[in-house]
Design a protein around this ligand. Structure first.
Ligand code: HEC
Ligand code: HEC
Length: 179
């Protein structure tokens, strides 16, 4: 080897060692520094890597106590929608409602026939349309499994920060700032 080559080789070697050293020290994940048993309430400063909702930072050798299950909201008050064609969220509990090839419990109340008796909003006409927009006499197969699109809400704290803005808020003109 010429002296220049040796120098180059040495420089690359030193660089490699430095980079390797730095990488090995960088932590793979940042865990929430919350005591075991507390609810994981993420802050806006957390990155997606630092969410440890299940173990909440507990050491792997310990078994943290499970959090209580979130309570399904059952206030029976229909919620506002955020944009046209949003499937409305379900404002009541749906525990034990059977929806399979034999029966669709939701349609007992939300079908045309009984909706008045149960004071439930009937499913809209889109739920009777096939993919060619033909209106069928019965609930369309593509709308049969209601919870594909409609979901209950719980009182759980959000796991990640959310800056979602509804369509109406976006369309509302913001007042002039005077600048
Ligand atoms: C015992 C009758 C009954 C059953 C069964 C039922 N619901 Fe309801 N649902 C209602 C009533 C009544 C309302 C109106 C708000 C209220 O009183 O809870 C409603 C409201 C809703 C809404 C809100 C509609 C809107 O415009 O905001 C959705 C979505 C919904 N139900 C979906 C479902 C789904 C999905 C199922 C099956 C898993 C189901 N419901 C089963 C009675 C029922
Ligand atoms: C593929 C998604 C999808 C499925 C599956 C579905 N829905 Fe919907 N649903 C929607 C959307 C989107 C809307 C709002 C726009 C509309 O009415 O089409 C809606 C609206 C509704 C409404 C409010 C109707 C109104 O006029 O305000 C009710 C009640 C409802 N759905 C109940 C059900 C029930 C019960 C089932 C199961 C039998 C079901 N949905 C299955 C997407 C779906």
């Amino acid at each position: 080897m010429k002296p220049v080559q040796i120098l180059n080789f040495a420089a690359v070697l030193v660089f490699g060692v430095l980079v390797g050293h730095h990488c090995s020290r960088a932590p793979a994940h940042k865990f929430i520094d919350a005591p075991v048993g507390s609810v994981a309430v993420p802050t806006t400063t957390q990155t997606s890597h630092s969410i440890d909702a299940l173990r909440r930072g507990a050491a792997l050798t310990t078994e943290p106590e499970s959090l209580p299950l979130a309570r399904v909201e059952n206030a029976d008050i229909r919620r506002a929608r955020n944009y046209p064609m949003q499937p409305p969220t379900i404002p009541h509990a749906i525990d034990g409602y059977q929806v399979d090839q034999h029966a669709n419990r939701c349609m007992l109340c939300h079908g045309q026939t009984n909706s008045a008796q149960f004071q439930a909003p009937p499913v809209s006409v889109t739920h009777y349309m096939d993919r060619d927009s033909q209106v069928l006499a019965e609930i369309s197969p593509r709308r049969y499994f209601c919870v594909q699109c409609h979901v209950v809400q719980t009182d759980a704290a959000p796991l990640v920060a959310n800056t979602y803005t509804g369509a109406d808020d976006i369309l509302t003109p913001t007042p002039a700032t005077g600048e």
